[in-house]
Design a protein around this ligand. Sequence first.
Ligand SMILES: Nc1ncnc2c1ncn2[C@@H]1O[C@H](COP(=O)(O)OP(=O)(O)OP(=O)(O)O)[C@@H](O)[C@H]1O
Ligand SMILES: [Mg+2]
Length: 355
Amino acid sequence: MAQDDGAAQSAAKPTIITVFNQKGGVGKTTTSVNLAVCLAALGKRTVLVDLDSQSNATTNVGITQPISTGAYHLVTGKVPADECLKKTSYENLRLVGGSDELAWADIELALRPECQGVLTDALKTLPADIDAVVIDCPPAPGIVSVNALVAADMVVMPVMPSPHALDGLHKAWWNVNRVRSGYNHDLHSIFILLTMTEDGELTNRLSEDIIAEFGHRVMPVLVPRDNVVIEAAARDLPVVSMAPQSPPARAYLRLAELLVNRASHRGGTAGGINREQGAEALAVWAVEAEGRRSHLAIPEPGAMPDPGWTDAPELAQAALGGNAGWKVGAAIGLILLGAVLGFAAASAWFAFPPS
Ligand SMILES: Nc1ncnc2c1ncn2[C@@H]1O[C@H](COP(=O)(O)OP(=O)(O)OP(=O)(O)O)[C@@H](O)[C@H]1O
Ligand SMILES: [Mg+2]
């Protein structure tokens, strides 16, 4: 399948899927990476955009060298999109990588007029053969995330059923809706994806609460909690590539199929899938992934760095209420005095026992 030769040029614009939830650690990056890899496996020419300065999506697809031109340049409109693309080892998948500079993008964008549409304009300069763009958002409702939502044709909101999930979801939903009504009136495909689900009464109840409130917005696929996801991430691999038959990998492939079908209904270029081809590609990538080195080796503990607080013991004593030395001395003195008096009393008792 052609990747960089632009063999099959698409006339329509790519389907842009933004993965957003302002809450941290709910599975945005895991979802973005695995969704992008599945779309690529299904034959869609896909670009994964890592908008998070943590750059976990970038390393998760095996790119560990620093990114010189990537998502920071794209989202601030400094460089045309085609110059930000990087090949990955997955056929059909290209990356716009994350970097530390992204932490400053919000501030830089805030100084611009029309700062919410910079990414939308930048994505128009993508090569014409791209079918789908998957954007991994940072865990914050800042201007970078707003740009990703303004550019979106679809939004996937990963939610982990946990005690404050519904509250967090309300806030994230409110923000997405605000962007929709202000800047992206065509955004109708907003979906909730339950991630890291577990069997258990509490999780079931929390999931049911979300479904009761958001109804058909909740996608008919659950991504179960499974350590294989963490093991894959530790090897800089998407779980769909390391363990394509595992329950979370199957869930992500199903998610990709559902979104492709949805895109074909709305006439996007991600429409139409070849399921056998997808499964086949994932199986090949799994064999390749097997050979990769694990990053799970536990390092030898080194010497702890000296914190440089030379007067730390005195400071600690002062914090405890001044010099405690005299208190310790007095306590020891009292104990000794008690012992002497006790000995004297006992001797007297034995010498002159009460009649
Ligand atoms: N289905 C799963 N089963 C087990 N662990 C998972 C699963 N999905 C994600 N995780 C783990 O949970 C942690 C958080 O996931 P992830 O990084 O995808 O969340 P995030 O929303 O992108 O976080 P952040 O807000 O920090 O960007 C990671 O360690 C990831 O490996
Ligand atoms: Mg993340």
